[in-house]
Ligand binder design. Structure first.
Ligand code: NAD
Length: 310
């Protein structure tokens, strides 16, 4: 799935920098998935089917779930969106998950986070049967990933690995600095980049809110993954020339010039950092699109069955 070595991104705006374009890479993943669905149907197998649970009507969550549903349709998957009111109890949500666990028509289950404060996220994640855990947040999935076994990998770090693979970005022997240690992005990202894998084999430093003198780490990094949720945090002076910079951040910032009233900002000051980079992801149009592609890959995997999760 790598591009030829002489590939030059037409969107490249700096002489030495190339864009890790999520639109291009995600389109290639979706094409591959459409093909896989057709093959399954020809072989008499069922259409992969994703169930998404959305609690309440948080604007960002609505947008993410709508995009997941739309992308399922685009690759030929079925999807079911289950909307529950903000006041739903933890017991009611657990009962809904139990039904989906038992429903043989459903291959993958995702519960859109964040959940309201009265619901314990960890209980909900633990209730999803590991064979349908397409978000890859269940302890069984995480354990399998850490051990290098076939597993569902959390969609955002998985999408970043697919992006690096698509553009043929060399990672072996490089020093990667991941900023952020959440269970959904930073921590699994650090594990994947250090793993014995063509897009891994890095020496990884995991930085977080308690890391003193953070720029002393990023300044040494060949690869920086910024996943902290602070718009424009990573600036020009914090990166070394030729670095690969992956911007995971998605923050809605008030913007009176936009019809929506906000614009989306990443964790990287793109204009300042890009001229120093070998590769960089844009926001939007980078990691976000790959996250959805990776979720679809996990859903296909759920339909096909993991080595031993069933
Ligand atoms: P989180 O709030 O769970 O974790 C943030 C992490 O950043 C924490 O581990 C914290 O220690 C670290 N951090 C906070 N301030 C810091 C600082 N000043 N210096 C160093 N580390 C600091 O967030 P998350 O769920 O991991 O998401 C991070 C960002 O990525 C958010 O903007 C989120 O919206 C975005 N996100 C994007 C996608 C995507 O598809 N592009 C997916 C998930 C999350």
């Amino acid at each position: 799935m790598c591009l030829p070595a002489n590939y030059k991104n037409p969107n490249c705006i700096f002489a030495t920098m190339q864009l890790l374009d999520g639109k291009v890479a995600a389109a290639a993943i979706k094409e591959k998935l459409q093909h896989a669905v057709n093959e399954r149907l020809l072989a008499g197998k069922k259409t992969p089917h994703l169930a998404a649970i959305l609690v309440g009507n948080n604007g960002a969550s609505e947008t993410y779930v709508a995009s997941k549903v739309k992308n399922c349709a685009e690759v030929g998957f079925k999807s079911s969106l289950i909307r529950l009111p903000l006041e739903v109890t933890e017991a009611e949500l657990l009962a809904e998950i139990a039904l989906l666990n038992q429903n043989t028509a459903i291959d993958g289950i995702l519960v859109q986070l964040p959940l309201p404060k009265h619901i314990d996220d960890s209980k909900i994640i633990a209730a999803i049967v590991p064979a349908k855990d397409v978000d890859g947040f269940h302890a069984v999935s995480v354990g399998r990933m850490v051990q290098g076994l076939d597993s569902f990998i959390p969609a955002t770090p998985y999408g970043i690995m697919l992006l690096l693979e698509y553009f043929g970005v060399a990672t072996t022997g490089k020093h990667a600095v991941v900023i952020g240690r959440s269970n959904i992005v930073g921590r699994p990202m650090s594990i994947l980049l250090s793993s014995h894998h063509p897009q891994g084999n890095c020496t990884v430093t995991l930085c977080h809110s308690k890391t003193p003198n953070l720029e002393s780490f990023t300044q040494q990094a060949d690869i920086v993954v910024a996943a902290l949720g602070k718009p424009g945090f990573l600036t020009h002076s914090m990166v070394k020339p030729g670095a690969v910079v992956i911007d995971v951040g998605i923050t809605r910032v008030t913007d009176a010039t936009k019809k929506s009233g906000f614009s989306i900002k990443g964790d990287v000051d793109f204009d300042g950092v890009a001229p120093k980079c070998s590769w960089i992801t844009p926001v939007p149009g980078g990691v976000g699109l790959m996250t959805i592609g990776a979720l679809l890959m996990n859903t296909l995997k759920a339909a096909e069955g993991l080595d031993s999760a069933r």
